[in-house]
Design a protein around this ligand. Structure first.
Ligand SMILES: *[C@@H]1O[C@H](CO)[C@@H](O)[C@H](O)[C@H]1NC(C)=O
Ligand SMILES: *[C@@H]1O[C@H](CO)[C@@H](O)[C@H](O)[C@H]1NC(C)=O
Ligand SMILES: *[C@@H]1O[C@H](CO)[C@@H](O)[C@H](O)[C@H]1NC(C)=O
Ligand SMILES: *[C@@H]1O[C@H](CO)[C@@H](O)[C@H](O)[C@H]1NC(C)=O
Ligand SMILES: *[C@@H]1O[C@H](CO)[C@@H](O)[C@H](O)[C@H]1NC(C)=O
Ligand SMILES: *[C@@H]1O[C@H](CO)[C@@H](O)[C@H](O)[C@H]1NC(C)=O
Ligand SMILES: *[C@@H]1O[C@H](CO)[C@@H](O)[C@H](O)[C@H]1NC(C)=O
Length: 421
C-alpha cells in the first residue's frame, strides 16, 4: 500500500515539475525537446516508430482507411470520433474506451488481433469515440482546459451528453441505427447512464456489449481502494496544481514512465502497479506492448470523475453525483442524489467479465445482472486470471473474448439469458 502511495506521489511530483511551463500550449516546445532528447539517447532499448503514432496514424499504418470527425455536445465539449469506414451500407459499430484511455486502446494489439480491425475485417463500419477530457477531446466552444470549469464533469455528463452527441452523429452520418455499442469499463458506466436517463437516444442503439461492466463497485477488491482515505488530500493537490485535471498525457510523465517502466521489461514496477489495480495476470500481459501503451495512457480525465467512482464505491449505490445534503437539495430537490434507474433500460445487453478482474467483483456483477431487464449474454472469459485491462490488451484476447464479441455482433436474434451461478 505504501508503495502505491509513493508511486502516486512520484507521478504528482512529475507534474509539479511541469507546472511552471505553459501546459495549455500545444505543442509544447520545451517538453517536446526534453522528450525527443530522451528518445534519442536511449539506444539501449528498442523503440519502434509505432510507439509515437496517434490513433489515425496507427490505423493507416495497419493498412486501413482512417477518418476523424468532431462533434459538439449540448454543453459545448468538442469531441473527436475516429472511424475505420466500412463499405456502402455497412453496419455501424461504436467502441467506447474506459477510464484514462482513448480510441487508440482498441488498436494496440495490431492487425488481425485488435477488436477494431477484426470488426473492420468483418465488414463493419467501425467508430472509435473519445470521452471528454482525454487526449483527443480536450476542447470546448468557450472554456479552456486550463480552467476549473472545463473539468467540472464526471461520467454522468459523459453519459448524458457525450454518448448522445456521438450516437446521434453516427446515426445521422450513416442514416441507420447504431448496430452495436461496445464499451469497456467506464464505456459501460456511461452507457448505463445514457440508457436510463435518455431513453430517446438509447432507442437508436440495437444492442450493447459490456466488457468489464462497471456500475456497482462496493465489493471492488482493487488495491486502489487503499488510496481512498488519501483522496481528500489528493483532490486538493489536483485542484491546486492541475485545475482538477487528473493524469493527462504529458511529455514529463512519458519521460518519467520511460525511465521507470521501460528499463527492465520482465520485472517491471509499472506493470506491477497495473496488476495491483486491475488484477494479476502476468501470462496475458505482452511486455513488448508497454511502450505503446504508455505513449497513450493515462490519457487524462477530471478528478470529479474519480470522485464520483469513490462515491459509488462508498455508498454502494449507482447514482448521481453527491454534492452534499444542502446542494443536493438545490440541484436534485432531495438530500440524497437520485439513483440511475437501470430498470428503464430496454436495449439488449451482453455482460462479459473476467474472474481475475479486481475492479469488477462477481457480487456487484450479479446485482447489475438483476437490475438490468434485458441481459442477453453472461460470458465468463475462460481464463481464471483474466483481469480488467486484458479485455483490451491480453495476448489471447482475440480467442478468449473477441470471438464471442463478433458472434454477438453478428447474431440477429438475442434472447434473454438466465444466469445460474
Ligand atoms: C499558454 O499557451 C496558450 C496557447 O499557445 C496561450 O493562448 C496562453 O496565453 C498561454 N498562457 C500562458 C499563461 O502563457
Ligand atoms: C457507394 O455509394 C455511392 C453513392 O450512393 C456511390 O457513388 C459509390 O459508387 C458506392 N461505392 C461502392 C463501392 O459501391
Ligand atoms: C459544477 O457543476 C455543478 C452542477 O452543475 C455546479 O453546482 C457547480 O457550481 C459547478 N462548479 C464549478 C466550479 O463550476
Ligand atoms: C445530419 O447530417 C446532415 C448532412 O448529412 C447535416 O446537414 C445535419 O446538420 C446533421 N444533423 C445532425 C444533428 O448532426
Ligand atoms: C424511468 O422510469 C420511471 C418510471 O416509469 C419514469 O418515471 C422515469 O421518467 C424514467 N426515466 C427516464 C429518464 O425516462
Ligand atoms: C424505474 O423504472 C421502472 C420501469 O420504467 C419503474 O417501474 C420504476 O418505478 C422506476 N423506479 C424509480 C425509482 O423511479
Ligand atoms: C506482443 O506484442 C508484439 C508487438 O506488437 C507482437 O509482435 C507480438 O506478437 C506480441 N506477442 C504475443 C504473444 O501476442
Amino acid at each position: 500500500m505504501k508503495f502505491i502511495v509513493l508511486v502516486c506521489l512520484l507521478s504528482f511530483c512529475s507534474f509539479l515539475d511541469a507546472t511552471p511551463v505553459n501546459m495549455t500550449s500545444e505543442p509544447n516546445v520545451f517538453m517536446k525537446r526534453i522528450s525527443q532528447t530522451s528518445w534519442e539517447q536511449s539506444n539501449d532499448i528498442q523503440f519502434d516508430s509505432d510507439v509515437t503514432l496517434d490513433t489515425l496514424e496507427m490505423i493507416r499504418k495497419a493498412d486501413y482507411p482512417a477518418e476523424a470527425y468532431v462533434t459538439i455536445t449540448e454543453d459545448g465539449y468538442i469531441l473527436t470520433l475516429h472511424r475505420i469506414p466500412g463499405g456502402n451500407g455497412s453496419l455501424p459499430v461504436l467502441l467506447q474506451h474506459g477510464l484514462l484511455c482513448t480510441s487508440a486502446d482498441w488498436l494496440f494489439l495490431g492487425k488481425d488481433k485488435a477488436l477494431a480491425y477484426l470488426l473492420a475485417d468483418q465488414g463493419y463500419d467501425v467508430w472509435l469515440s473519445n470521452y471528454r477530457g482525454n487526449t483527443y477531446s480536450r476542447k470546448h466552444i468557450s472554456l479552456s482546459p486550463s480552467e476549473l470549469k472545463f473539468w467540472n464533469f464526471s461520467f454522468h455528463e459523459m453519459g448524458i451528453y457525450d454518448l448522445p452527441a456521438m450516437i446521434t452523429f453516427i446515426t445521422n452520418m450513416t442514416s441507420q441505427p447504431l448496430h452495436t455499442y461496445i464499451g469497456h469499463s467506464m464505456g459501460t458506466t456511461g452507457f448505463y447512464i445514457m440508457a436510463s436517463e435518455r431513453p430517446e437516444i438509447a432507442q437508436m442503439v440495437q444492442k450493447m456489449i459490456s466488457l468489464s461492466p462497471v456500475a456497482f463497485t462496493n465489493h471492488m477488491e482493487s488495491k486502489i481502494k487503499y488510496l481512498i482515505p488519501l483522496w481528500t488530500e489528493l483532490k486538493m493537490i489536483i485542484r491546486y496544481f492541475f485545475h482538477d485535471e487528473f493524469l493527462p498525457q504529458s511529455d514529463i510523465l512519458k519521460f518519467l514512465s520511460k525511465y521507470l517502466c521501460e528499463q527492465n521489461l520482465e520485472e517491471n514496477i509499472c506493470v506491477d502497479i497495473i496488476f495491483l489495480i486491475c488484477g494479476y495476470d502476468r501470462e496475458q500481459f505482452n511486455y513488448t506492448l508497454l511502450p505503446v501503451i504508455l505513449n497513450h495512457d493515462p490519457a487524462g480525465t477530471s478528478s470529479k470523475t474519480l470522485m464520483h467512482y469513490v462515491q459509488i464505491y462508498q455508498s454502494g449505490k449507482f447514482r448521481q453525483y453527491d454534492y452534499g445534503r444542502e446542494k443536493n437539495q438545490l440541484i436534485y430537490n432531495s438530500a440524497e442524489p437520485p439513483d440511475y434507474n437501470l430498470s428503464n433500460i430496454t436495449v439488449p445487453i451482453a455482460l462479459l467479465y473476467g474472474r481475475g478482474d479486481l475492479i469488477v467483483n462477481i457480487v456487484d456483477l450479479k446485482r447489475l445482472y438483476r437490475a438490468l431487464p434485458n441481459v442477453v449474454d453472461m460470458y465468463e472469459v475462460p481464463w481464471p486470471k483474466f483481469n480488467h485491462v486484458d479485455f483490451m490488451w491480453a495476448k489471447d484476447a482475440p480467442k478468449l473474448v473477441y470471438e464471442r464479441v463478433l458472434k454477438l455482433v453478428k447474431k440477429k436474434k438475442l434472447n434473454n439469458v438466465i444466469w445460474r451461478e
